[in-house]
Ligand binder design. Structure first.
Ligand SMILES: Nc1ncnc2c1ncn2[C@@H]1O[C@H](COP(=O)(O)OP(=O)(O)OP(=O)(O)O)[C@@H](O)[C@H]1O
Length: 259
């Protein structure tokens, strides 16, 4: 069994009268990519903040391995747009950073040519790579990524997920990330944890995709395609089973009569 880097144990979080999260159990291992999925406002970021020690849980505890080193990638980069700041200087601001690591890290992330660019002019995808580079600078063994593909187009999202998986392979680090699209991230995820107040279901992406609790929250896979069939311009109609029949000959499944 690979090293357990950190574990959320029976975490509960209450804000005033509102119980946001209950009984969350989540171990994070070296070499494993865990994707957290859940509706808006379900507490994904709050759970990540709890792991980082920025949010105190109302109940339960976070157990951390003595050698745990977290590299954190926040949802967004907040920088004063009037402040001149190059990529190199931005990364140099990381506390305790060895500046010789900056260039190789940019190379690993695929943006060495942006070293002297202003951070404010970077595209969505470049900004996400910069944040990923920053998370990697202190040689983490656990990467925590809050919506790493935000603001990136679909092809760019696939590339970023592939990059995250190759970083995991190279460093054998653990990865915890939030995603809004299980299908895009499926190939690169070992374990999915679906939360909505509590852990609704968890396991392999295939298992979670087929789980009724996941489907109740995110819809049944393929439903969108079947809606598309009914949205096209009709010169025919469908019976209850979806078969095409001539117009005027539609009967419900319970219809008993014959022609
Ligand atoms: N310190 C706080 N005090 C009160 N309520 C809070 C606090 N922090 C978060 N919340 C509330 O908890 C809920 C969960 O927020 P959180 O950002 O964790 O959700 P999320 O699952 O990450 O959402 P999204 O998918 O929209 O990013 C929100 O309704 C938020 O307003």
């Amino acid at each position: 069994m690979s090293t357990c880097l950190a574990e959320l144990k029976d975490i509960g979080i209450r804000f005033g009268d509102r119980q946001l999260l209950s009984n969350i159990n989540m171990p994070l291992h070296r070499g494993e990519i865990v994707t957290l999925i859940g509706p808006n406002g379900s507490g994904k970021s709050t759970l990540i903040r709890t792991l980082l020690g920025l949010q105190t849980p109302t109940s339960g505890e976070v157990v951390r391995h003595s050698e745990l080193r977290i590299g954190y990638m926040p949802q967004k980069l907040h920088i004063d747009p009037t402040l001149p700041l190059t990529v190199k200087h931005f990364l140099g601001l990381v506390r305790g950073v060895d500046k010789r690591e900056i260039r190789p890290t940019l190379e690993k992330i695929g943006i060495p040519h942006l070293e002297n660019s202003q951070v404010q002019v970077l595209s969505g995808g470049e900004t996400q790579r910069l944040l990923l580079a920053r998370a990697l600078l202190n040689r983490p063994n656990l990467l925590v990524l809050d919506e790493p593909v935000q603001g990136v187009d679909v092809n760019g999202q696939v590339e970023l997920y592939n990059l995250i998986a190759s970083i995991r392979d190279e460093l054998n680090c653990g990865v915890l990330m939030i995603s809004h699209d299980l299908h895009l991230v499926m190939a690169q995820t070992d374990t999915v944890v679906c939360i909505n107040q509590h852990v609704c279901c968890s396991g392999s992406p295939q298992h979670v995709k087929g789980h009724p609790a996941y489907q109740a929250l995110f819809g049944v896979p393929g439903a969108a395609e079947s809606i598309a069939i009914y949205a096209h311009s009709h010169d025919h109609v469908h019976d209850d089973s979806g078969e095409v029949v001539e117009e005027g000959h539609v009967h419900s499944a319970s219809c008993q009569h014959h022609h």
